[in-house]
Each structure stands twice: as C-alpha cells, then as structure tokens.
Design a binder for this molecule. Sequence first.
Ligand SMILES: CC(C)(COP(=O)(O)OP(=O)(O)OC[C@H]1O[C@@H](n2cnc3c(N)ncnc32)[C@H](O)[C@@H]1OP(=O)(O)O)[C@@H](O)C(=O)NCCC(=O)NCCS
Length: 193
Amino acid sequence: MPVSFLLRPYHPDDFETLWQIDQRCFLPGIAYSKHELASFLRQRGAVCIVAETSTDVNRSPASQTTESPTESLTELPTESPTESPLEAPTESPMNFRILGFVIVLVNPRQAAAYITTLDVLSRMRRLGAGTALMAAAEQLARDGACTAVHLEAAVENESALAFYARQGYGIVSTVADYYAPGAHAYSLTKPLT
Ligand SMILES: CC(C)(COP(=O)(O)OP(=O)(O)OC[C@H]1O[C@@H](n2cnc3c(N)ncnc32)[C@H](O)[C@@H]1OP(=O)(O)O)[C@@H](O)C(=O)NCCC(=O)NCCS
C-alpha cells in the first residue's frame, strides 16, 4: 500500500502517541519511560520532528488490518503515575496518523548534533520515513552550524545498523553496557557536508 506522509514539528498533544510508538520500537529496558522521553524533549537544543499520514493508517482493529495487533498502534496499559511528569500529555487522544518521529539535539557550541531516538512503526517501515526524518534532523543540525551528527545503536540492532550505514553513518567505537549490563552499543558518526 503506498503511503504518503508529511513531516511537522512535535506538539505536546503528540506525547502519548510518541511514547507508545517508542514502546513498540524498542525492547523493555531500552524503550524510554515517560519520564525519560519527557526529559529528552525538554533538553536544551532538542527538536522533535513527527512523520504523519493523512489518514489513520495505524489503528489496529480488525476492520483496518489483518496484521497482528502488536504491529499496530493501539492503546497500551498506562504507566505508573510517578512516571508521567509532563503537565497533561496523557489526556490527549491517540493520534493514529503518526507513524514515526525523531528527536535531535542540536549543540552549536560543540558544532555537533545527537540523535536521541528515531522510531518508525514496524508496519510503516521501508517506506522512506526513517530516511526523511533523518534528512530533516540533519538539516536542522546544518542550520545550527553543526559539522557532525552522532548517535548510538544496539550492536544487535541489525536493521538500524543497515539503515544508518545507508545514511552514511560509520561506527567509531563500541560502548560496553550502554543500555544495561551486557547490552552494548555502537557509537556512530556522520560528518555533515
Ligand atoms: C531504523 C528505522 C528507523 C528505519 O526506518 P525506515 O522508515 O524503515 O527506513 P527507510 O524506509 O527510510 O529505509 C532506508 C534504507 O535503509 C535500509 N534499511 C532500512 N531498514 C532495513 C532493514 N530492516 N534491513 C536492511 N536494511 C534496511 C535500506 O537500505 C532502506 O532502503 P530500501 O528500503 O530501499 O532497501 C526503523 O527500522 C525503526 O524504527 N526501527 C526500530 C527503532 C530503531 O531501531 N531505531 C534506531 C535505533 S538508534
């Protein structure tokens, strides 16, 4: 099914949807808690870009798709209240048009940008959304006088490593126990031209 999408800036109403996408994109222990996601969004220099379709392509009920519900965006159990620091994000309805997002930290003083996370719902992958989100993040970095973009990816995350290689990122080091004891990461960098 051909799917077109547009990129737009993050809005606080997106928070619950982005958190739920992140829960689906990463394993427990690597996926962010609401507290972590909110903290990343509030960091100085953080910009979040959202990829959105014009229709509700991610609602899971049987009327929409024959795929497994775990492949789609549906309501997840809510986290403990102690994990929800934003002012009222969880009151916003789910946005079933959002298929992915990127958070980039632009640091002009270090002339470097950092990709905090990049998430595309599994059933919406290989459609160019990841590439478009990274291109937008890298343009923000260039606009912020950055000469390189850095990120980490789990050493066993073969699809992400293939994706980043295609985007021009190279492995510069291995960070032992980056995510948790025994869960190592590669640091990757792309010089911006
Ligand atoms: C990594 C991720 C963001 C890629 O998003 P995407 O929208 O599928 O990426 P694109 O469609 O733009 O892919 C561009 C190219 O990257 C490469 N690529 C992407 N996914 C790949 C995979 N699973 N295996 C091999 N190559 C892959 C391909 O060369 C692809 O081009 P092609 O489809 O024409 O062959 C997505 O798989 C994802 O969200 N994964 C889970 C979260 C994650 O791991 N994030 C990054 C962690 S730091």
